[in-house]
Design a protein. Structure first.
Length: 428
């Protein structure tokens, strides 16, 4: 950041509490430019961008060294630390905390790209604002014992699990039909509870060769591109998982809601850029995963899959109940990926041991486990956002709901359209 510009920001920071919203605007613009410049060093860093061309032009005019980006972000954080907050304005306070947290994560990412080593837990705190709990193997062994009782027969548990999942796999020619049906149902159920921005829509593509199962690329103007990786087997219940997670009320709704309320209504330019390795992802992934439970609570999901998707995919509907019970156990085993990632990234195990652990505790084939390891290598501690994010987002929604379905959706809507962070989801 040029010296004169920093002086201007420091002068703005000295303004009274009454002018805080205006004071945050120039900080937000500099944050956007720095985030885009970080994208020059890591192509995966900027997940979405739909902001002013002038800021993109500034970012692209020169490629700053990582050290300069880090120092500039630290200077902006210093500016924010001196900004007085108005009493009683919770949204402005959230904006202030959000900008500081996002800048802190940007500093941490610059340090990482510069060669500094973080432990798994240090990285999770620095990038996502939360320390993931540790689970010992006994916790997963208990879950495997429950799964063993659900899948009797000959062969190892992994073999029986893989064989069962094969029986509920969508035949390739029917994948598109089943997915589009699931997405339409998730959208209709979401619209019963939420008002979405006018003209919102998505495009759906099928891809190969990526380390992820599916992805939402938000384009702005309430439009998303949803891609599904067909390299991975697609059991029928993954249609609901991905339709909710990537679409409704997941990433598509989250990004469109932020754009409508914070960008269009309030003019917050910082929300036009989404850095993937940042606290925002904890909320994005957590709400996207808990959104599945919101759209299809309890037995409603089993009934929908049994009566609609199983027949559509040509799969025996009698398997739906057993499949749901297996899925519930596997939900708890999701934390196994965190433990494998922690041990692998901290150097406690090598790649062969990490693959073996995924085969044991996630019951993956060797090929699937290798793809999971590739994801861990690419995205590192990001894995915590899916399961720990779901746990904390769900707990917050239930506490805020007042015990009613209307209250649950009101809480989710508030979470999807505000700059809340992981720390806002924990009980005081």
């Amino acid at each position: 950041m040029r010296h004169s510009k920093l002086l201007l920001l420091l002068a703005l920071a000295a303004c009274s509490a009454d002018s805080v919203p205006a004071t945050l605007d120039p900080v937000a613009r500099e944050y956007v430019v720095l985030t885009l410049r970080m994208g020059h060093h890591d192509p995966a860093y900027v997940d979405a961008w739909y902001g002013p061309d002038s800021l993109k032009a500034r970012a692209d005019a020169d490629t700053l060294p990582l050290g300069v980006i880090r120092a500039s972000a630290e200077s902006l954080s210093t500016v924010l630390a001196s900004v007085p907050l108005p009493a009683g304005d919770s949204l402005v306070a959230m904006r202030h905390r959000y900008l500081r947290a996002q800048l802190g994560a940007l500093v941490a990412k610059a340090r990482m790209l510069g060669g500094e080593r973080f432990t798994f837990d240090e990285e999770a705190r620095a990038l996502y604002g939360v320390t993931p709990p540790a689970y010992d193997d006994a916790n997963f062994d208990r879950a495997l014992a429950r799964l063993d009782s659900l899948l009797p027969g000959a062969g190892t548990l992994a073999e029986r699990y893989q064989a069962f999942r094969t029986t509920v796999e969508i035949p390739s020619p029917l994948v598109d039909t089943v997915f589009k049906t699931a997405i339409a149902s998730c959208r209709a159920r979401t619209l019963e509870q939420m008002t979405l921005p006018a003209g919102e829509r998505f495009d759906l593509e099928y891809v190969t060769g990526t380390s992820w199962n599916a992805y939402n690329w938000y384009k702005g103007n309430a439009v998303s591109l949803i891609q599904v990786n067909i390299d991975f087997p697609i059991p029928v219940d993954r249609a609901v998982d991905l339709a909710c997670h990537e679409g409704y009320p997941g990433h598509h709704v989250y990004n469109a809601s932020l754009e409508q309320r914070l960008v269009r209504d309030l003019g917050w330019v910082e929300m036009t850029v989404y850095p993937l390795f940042s606290p925002q992802s904890f909320i994005a992934e957590g709400t996207a995963n808990y959104g599945i439970e919101m759209v299809f609570p309890g037995a409603a999901r089993v009934a929908y899959e049994r009566d609609s998707l199983f027949p559509l995919a040509g799969i025996d509907p009698a398997l739906a109940e057993q499949n749901a019970a297996v899925r519930d156990v596997m939900l708890g085993l999701n934390h196994a990926r965190n433990e494998v990632a922690r041990r692998y990234l901290d150097g406690a195990i090598d790649s062969a041991a990490a693959i073996a652990a995924m085969e044991r505790y996630w019951l993956q084939s060797s090929d699937q486990a290798a793809k999971t390891l590739r994801f861990i290598q690419d995205y590192r501690s990001y894995v915590i956002n899916y399961n720990l994010g779901r746990d904390l987002a769900g707990a917050w929604i239930e506490r805020e709901s007042g015990g009613t379905e209307t209250g649950r959706w009101a809480a989710l809507t508030a979470l999807l359209s505000s700059p809340r962070l992981a720390g806002d989801l924990t009980e005081n």
